[in-house]
Write a protein that binds this ligand. Structure first.
Ligand code: DI6
Ligand code: FE
Length: 400
C-alpha cells in the first residue's frame, strides 16, 4: 500500500463541482484507490503503507482520457492545410482524392513496424500531457489486412504504459477499389467477426456524412456489431445533419462525436439513451468551422459532455489534450470544470468505462500530479504543460 499525501485533489466526485480536497491524501493498493480524502482524516490502515510520497501541495486530478483518436497512420497532410488556407474546403479536398483517401494510400504502404514507430511517438506525446487511457481507431486501411494491422499496432501501444481501447472504423470512407458504398458496407460487416475473434475490437465506429456513409448504411454496420455484442459510437453531424446521432442512440451508442450540426431530435435521443456527446474542438478549429455544437441544449438535456483530441493527420493534427480543454472553453463555451470532466470521467464514459475518471475509492489509481494552485488552470494556460507526474495503476510513470 502506498500513501500519497499533501496534495490539492480535484476528485470530481459527484455529478458537478471540482470535488476539491485541500491537503488531501490517496491510499493506493493493488493499482486501485483504496481511500481518498483529507489527510487529517486518514483511516488507521494508512499506518500500514510501505511507502509515503509527499505531494508538496501539488495539484492532483484523475488521469486524462483521450476517448477519440486516429493515432495509427502513415504520411502527412500538411499540404491540405495550405490548400484550405487558400480557400479549398475539407469535403472538396476529400472528393478530389485527398483527405482520408490519401492517408489510406500511405497507411497501406507502411509496415507494422513503421506504423508502430509513428504511433508510439504520438502516444508518448499524449502521455506526456497526462493521458492514462487512450482510444485508437482503425479506418485508414479500408482493406482487411491494413485494418487488422492498424488495430494490432493500436493494441501494442498498451505496452507503453497507457490503457488502449481499440475501435473498428472501416466505415470511414469508400476505398478506391469500390464504387458501390452498399457493397463496401457489406464487406465491412464481413471483416468484423475475425477481428473480434482476434481480440482487436473494443467498439465499432463509422463516419456518417454526405461524403461518407448514410444512417441506413451505418445501421447495417451497427447490426453486425450488435450480433457480436460490441458497443458502437459514431462520427455524427460534423458537416451536416444526417440524423446519425438519433440512429446511433437507437443502438444505445456509447458516444456520438463532433455534433456541430446536431438538432433537437438527436439531442433528445442521445439523452434518452445515455449517449455521451464527444466534442472535438481541434477539428472545428483547424477546419475553421463556424457552426457551433449545441452545447447549451446538450447540457440542458443532461447529455454528458466529453472532449477529445481527435488526433488525425487531416482535420486535427494536435497532440495536446490540454489545448483541447482550453479550446472547448474558448470556442464552445464549456466551463473549465466541464472541460476537465470531459477529458476524464466523461471521456471514460464515452468508452464504456466506469472504473476511472474520478479520484474516489474503488477506482483505478490513474492520476496526474500538476504544478499549479487550482484545476481551472489546466484549461486556462494554453500552450503550457504543467504535468509533474503521471501515475497509472498506482505506479508512477516517472517525472514528466
Ligand atoms: N472525422 C474526423 O475528424 C476524422 N475522421 C472523420 O470522420 C478526420 C479524418 C481525416 O481527415 O483523415
Ligand atoms: Fe475522428
Amino acid at each position: 500500500m502506498t500513501l500519497w499525501r499533501g496534495g490539492r485533489l480535484a476528485t470530481l466526485a459527484g455529478e458537478s463541482g471540482w470535488g476539491l480536497v485541500d491537503d488531501g491524501a490517496l491510499l493506493v493498493e493493488d493499482g486501485l484507490l483504496r481511500w481518498v480524502g483529507p489527510a487529517a482524516e486518514l483511516p488507521p490502515e494508512a499506518l500500514a503503507a510501505h511507502e509515503v510520497i509527499e505531494l508538496g501541495g501539488a495539484l492532483v486530478t484523475p488521469g486524462l482520457v483521450d476517448c477519440h483518436t486516429h493515432l495509427v497512420y502513415a504520411g502527412n497532410r500538411a499540404h491540405e492545410f495550405e490548400l484550405r488556407l487558400q480557400g479549398a474546403g475539407y469535403a472538396e479536398i476529400a472528393r478530389a482524392g485527398g483527405g482520408i483517401r490519401s492517408t489510406v494510400a500511405a497507411t497501406r504502404a507502411a509496415s507494422e513496424t513503421e506504423l508502430l514507430a509513428g504511433a508510439t511517438r504520438r502516444a508518448q506525446a499524449l502521455m506526456g500531457e497526462g493521458v492514462t487511457t487512450l482510444e485508437v481507431k482503425s479506418g485508414y486501411g479500408l482493406d482487411a489486412a491494413t485494418e487488422a494491422r492498424m488495430l494490432r499496432v493500436a493494441r501494442r501501444l498498451g505496452e507503453l504504459g497507457v490503457d488502449v481501447r481499440t475501435t473498428y472504423l472501416a466505415a470511414h470512407a469508400l476505398p478506391p477499389e469500390f464504387d458501390d458504398a452498399d457493397a463496401y458496407v457489406d464487406t465491412v460487416c464481413r471483416w468484423l467477426p475475425a477481428l473480434h475473434v482476434e481480440g482487436l475490437v473494443d467498439a465499432v465506429d463509422a463516419f456518417c456524412e454526405h461524403i461518407a456513409f448514410s444512417p441506413a448504411q451505418v445501421a447495417r454496420v451497427f447490426d453486425a456489431a450488435r450480433r457480436l455484442g460490441l458497443p458502437v459510437k459514431l462520427h455524427a453531424e460534423q458537416l451536416s445533419d444526417q440524423g446519425g446521432a438519433a440512429m446511433a442512440a437507437s443502438f444505445q451508442a456509447l458516444s456520438c462525436d463532433h455534433l456541430e450540426y446536431l438538432g433537437t431530435d438527436g439531442i433528445q435521443a442521445m439523452a434518452r439513451a445515455g449517449t455521451v456527446a464527444v466534442l472535438l474542438p481541434g477539428a472545428f478549429y483547424a477546419l475553421r468551422e463556424t457552426r457551433l455544437p449545441p452545447v447549451a441544449a446538450l447540457r440542458e438535456a443532461g447529455v454528458p459532455l466529453a472532449i477529445a483530441t481527435d488526433h488525425n493527420p487531416g482535420s486535427s493534427p494536435t497532440l495536446s489534450p490540454l489545448l483541447m480543454m482550453n479550446m472547448a472553453c474558448v470556442l464552445f463555451g464549456l466551463t473549465p470544470e466541464e472541460a476537465l470532466r470531459g477529458m476524464t470521467v466523461n471521456g471514460a464514459r464515452a468508452l464504456g468505462l466506469a472504473d476511472r475518471g474520478r479520484l474516489v475509492a474503488g477506482q483505478r489509481a490513474d492520476f496526474c500530479v500538476w504544478d499549479g494552485d487550482h484545476p481551472r488552470e489546466l484549461a486556462t494556460c494554453f500552450g503550457q504543460n504543467p504535468l509533474k507526474e503521471r501515475v497509472r495503476l498506482g505506479a508512477s510513470q516517472g517525472e514528466a
